[in-house]
Design a protein around this ligand. Structure first.
Ligand SMILES: [Zn+2]
Length: 328
């Protein structure tokens, strides 16, 4: 029996075939159209023959994220030609530059809030999502969005930019954060292959210190008040996990000098050489001991403590950390 993924691939290839045939009819002299058509037909033959997605040299499965980005690839990363390898490196460098361009200002001060973040991909690109938007200008509410797309590398980065565009268009519509995430969930589910989802926190901050937080299955943000740390537990499932699900939110008020810290599991699940995870208790301890620090210094303190924990062990996951502080 054909798997669902196989059907999706076949459908995508047939659609390409259709478009190429139309293009070829309009411009029969274009040699590249007939060459691409041959490649699509060869890919369809591989689907029929059961060898689709396997490297033609070693017969091992080709990396899923590469197949997702280009269903025509025929070789695994180890068996690219030198020219293909160079092209891939250039593509990745370009993708990394585009992703950097999607990030908000590194340090931000607006509406009585101070924000600073650290964004560190494990490879050239990241599946972590981090954005700050003030759709109505300097005086309107401030939205922050922070999350982690399942998987790593290029496919996660593509979905991260998808989330970025979706939320950027939705925040202008003045929804509650719960409604915002609900709509983003439907858009994400409709346009994404089913194994992918994203955990995320959507927050809306007002000048009076009120925060409305929707936590869709993400690591609990930590709120630091007078040296005490409390966690904002999830209020819903990850985005993209189910088509019809609702998302509730929590309201809290931050006093002057209070801070909220958001992080991805690249922080808490970072392992040292002995295999021990950094963990959420340790980050809470660092925060409790650093309550007077401004966002940038607090970010640096967290990263310094993580570096002590890691020692020589490498970071293997995307890591993002954002500090949101009520100024004063
Ligand atoms: Zn191979």
């Amino acid at each position: 029996m054909a798997t669902v993924t196989e059907n999706i691939v076949r459908h995508q290839l047939e659609e390409r075939r259709h478009r190429l045939e139309a293009a070829l009819q309009a411009a029969p002299q274009e040699a590249q159209f007939s060459r691409l058509l041959q490649e699509v037909d060869a890919a369809l033959a591989r689907v029929e023959g059961g060898s689709y997605g396997l490297c033609e040299v070693c017969h091992d499965p080709i990396e899923q994220d590469r197949l997702m980005a280009d269903p025509m690839v025929r070789f695994c990363l180890d068996h690219l030609t030198e020219q293909e390898q160079r092209a891939l490196e250039q593509d990745l460098q370009l993708a990394a530059r585009i992703q950097q361009g999607l990030l908000p200002e590194k340090s931000l001060r607006t509406l009585g809030w101070e924000i600073h973040y650290h964004y560190e991909p494990a490879g050239p690109v990241s599946g972590d999502y981090c954005d700050v938007v003030q759709p109505d200008g300097d005086t309107g509410d401030l939205y922050f969005l922070f999350g982690d797309v399942s998987g790593k590398g290029v496919s996660a980065a593509i979905l991260m930019s998808h989330l970025h565009a979706t939320f950027r268009s939705l925040v202008a519509a003045d929804f509650s954060v719960g409604q915002l995430v609900e709509r983003a969930n439907r858009v994400f589910r409709e346009s994404t292959l089913s194994p992918y989802f994203a955990t995320l926190v959507a927050g809306r901050a007002s000048a009076s210190g009120e925060l409305e937080i929707c936590n869709a299955g993400h690591c609990p943000p930590l709120v630091l008040t007078d040296g005490r740390v409390t966690a904002v537990d999830p209020t819903g499932l990850p985005v993209g996990a189910f088509y019809s699900t609702s998302f509730s939110s929590r309201k809290l008020t931050l006093g002057k000098g209070d801070t909220m810290v958001l992080y991805t599991d690249g922080l808490t699940e970072a392992r040292n050489a002995d295999g021990a995870e950094y963990g959420s208790e340790r980050i809470s301890r660092v925060l409790a001991g650093s309550r007077h620090l401004a966002p940038e210094a607090l970010t640096a303190a967290c990263l310094a403590d993580l570096a002590v924990h890691l020692g020589d062990a490498p970071k293997v996951d995307d890591l993002t950390l954002m500090v949101v502080r009520r100024a004063g």
